[in-house]
Design a protein around this ligand. Sequence first.
Ligand code: GRF
Length: 205
Amino acid sequence: MNAERARIVLMASGVSRGSNMRAIIAATRDGRIDGDVVGAILTRPDSPAVAMLQEHGVPVTILSPKELGEQYGTRLFETLASMRPDLICLAGYMRLLPEDVVRAYPRRILNIHPALLPKYGGKGMYGARVHEAVLAAGETESGCTVHYVDEQYDHGEILLQTKVSILPEDTPESLAQRILPMEHETYPKAIVLALARLDRSSEPR
Ligand code: GRF
């Protein structure tokens, strides 16, 4: 294992709230994660997350798929390469990553999902829809999942899950509210696991 601290890049799309990004930054600063957040890539400059990242001194790059069109994939690839990440953490990134990005960072891209994958994931399964589907199916438990990212939505190998019991009075909102703090605990732990599995000295950044 390389003695240097890991370089972590965060990514989100849409109007990102940024609570998982905040939790990851906190874990790098209080010693739970042996690494630093070296940058964040967002799709929208009007995200509340932008101010939070700037307050924490994290450099923010905005790459808008809408404005960049076909250039988006290339610009994302180049931006990531310039940041030399050991790990890329999606936190509210609702798009599929370009295939060349996925292939360039095997076992180095993570995502968090607010349900127990492989159920209740896939295209369009985000936000309240996830919790609505879980409750409609009569599940007795839900939770959150951190998984490696591949070319499909919410599909790669599962790294870590945290479970929560569903209460009879639960609504999509109450379930979301109970799961979110678990995400904030689970994501940093999964990052520690992912970094431990990487031999960072074996590949050039
Ligand atoms: C989280 O619920 C996460 O599981 C999902 O997107 C949401 C992002 O929330 N992928 P936040 O921006 O981290 O608060």
